[in-house]
Design a protein around this ligand. Structure first.
Ligand code: C5P
Length: 311
């Protein structure tokens, strides 16, 4: 906590965005969610949340990405996170939350989930509620399927809605280049498109897997820290649906794979495309080539830790 004499105390937390290395989607469940299995990796592209004491809850949003789709009222996931933590702990005050966004908004990289995770850690420290990781993860789960992973970070396998996590051993560092699109894709719409696609083509494509799982080859590649092996297994069941809704992503994938990427994959529900590079130099070359083609390209490495208080 920052608290120089006379100043208002504040807590600043950073939380990472993520890529889904593998995303296998099962059937739609009665609760409106799909059963899934994914391998998440947290990347060095961060959201920052600074919490200061206040009688009520408010949010202010700044950052380097398009912000027009971010609500600044009670619908904002950071405010929902702070309110839920207060309710769960019996805390009667509030907080002002200042969010600095660098993860693309509705981009498939878990930016909103990172805001929620950062807010939980920041308010827990600011208010001195100190409820511990397990209870924080439980609250995170209520806020969204990807919020627990933004708390935990690293590399992990997610099952259930994506919110039941087990750590995956990953060695070394993977180099990623992210092609960011301003357009944004709605996660529920992409899932609905997948369901419609599966219904339309039920005679000629594989059905939703009954028990989706992350293939062993992906876990082996992560354990070995081998980007070439990992490139072979990058896959996303939502990719065809995202490409259907945003056909321009096909060209983005081709551009990256033609300019040195080992492989590319739509991240989560898109429209961000994540490219895996063999080395940092290859990643720099790829970033330059994508930028020259008029795309917004950002480099990041993974894995990195989950939501942490900034020292
Ligand atoms: O949990 P979150 O708010 O991030 O999920 C957004 C939407 O994505 C859900 O309302 C649902 O439509 C879809 N979703 C899903 N199955 C999952 C995760 C998300 O259908 N496992």
């Amino acid at each position: 906590m920052t608290h120089p004499a006379g100043a208002v105390p504040s807590v600043r937390v950073r939380a990472p965005g993520k890529v889904n290395i593998v995303l296998r989607i099962g059937a739609l469940q009665d609760d409106g969610y799909h059963d899934l299995a994914t391998a998440f990796q947290a990347l060095s592209i961060y959201e920052y949340v600074t919490a200061t004491p206040a009688p009520d809850f408010s949010v202010e949003v700044t950052g380097t990405v398009a912000l027009d789709r971010v609500p600044t009222d009670g619908r904002n996931i950071a405010i929902r996170a702070a309110r839920l933590l207060a309710r769960e702990t019996g805390y009667s005050g509030g907080a002002h939350l200042r969010i600095e966004k660098h993860v693309p908004v509705t981009g498939g990289m878990g930016g909103g989930s990172a805001d929620a995770a950062a807010t939980l850690v920041a308010c827990d420290a600011l208010w001195g509620t100190n409820i511990g990781r397990d209870r924080l993860v439980g609250i995170a789960r209520e806020l969204g399927a990807d919020v627990p992973f933004a708390l935990v970070g690293g590399t992990a396998v997610g099952t259930g809605r994506g919110d039941v996590l087990s750590p995956a051993l990953a060695t070394g560092q993977f180099e990623w280049v992210l092609a960011i699109s301003d357009a944004g894709l709605s996660t529920p719409e992409v899932y609905a498109e997948l369901d419609e696609h599966r219904a339309r083509h039920r005679h000629d494509i594989a059905p939703a897997p009954a028990a989706p799982s992350v293939p062993n080859e992906a876990l082996q590649a992560l354990r070995a820290g081998d980007a070439h092996m990992l490139a072979e297994v990058l896959s996303n069941d939502l990719q065809a649906a995202a490409l259907h809704l945003a056909p321009g992503l096909g060209r983005v994938l081709e551009l990256g794979e033609g300019n040195g990427a080992l492989a590319g994959v739509v991240s989560g529900s898109g429209p961000t495309v994540a490219f895996l590079a063999a080395t940092q130099d290859a990643a720099i070359g790829l970033q330059v080539a994508l930028s020259a083609a008029g795309l917004v390209a950002v480099r990041a490495h993974g894995p990195v830790p989950g939501a942490r208080i900034e020292s």
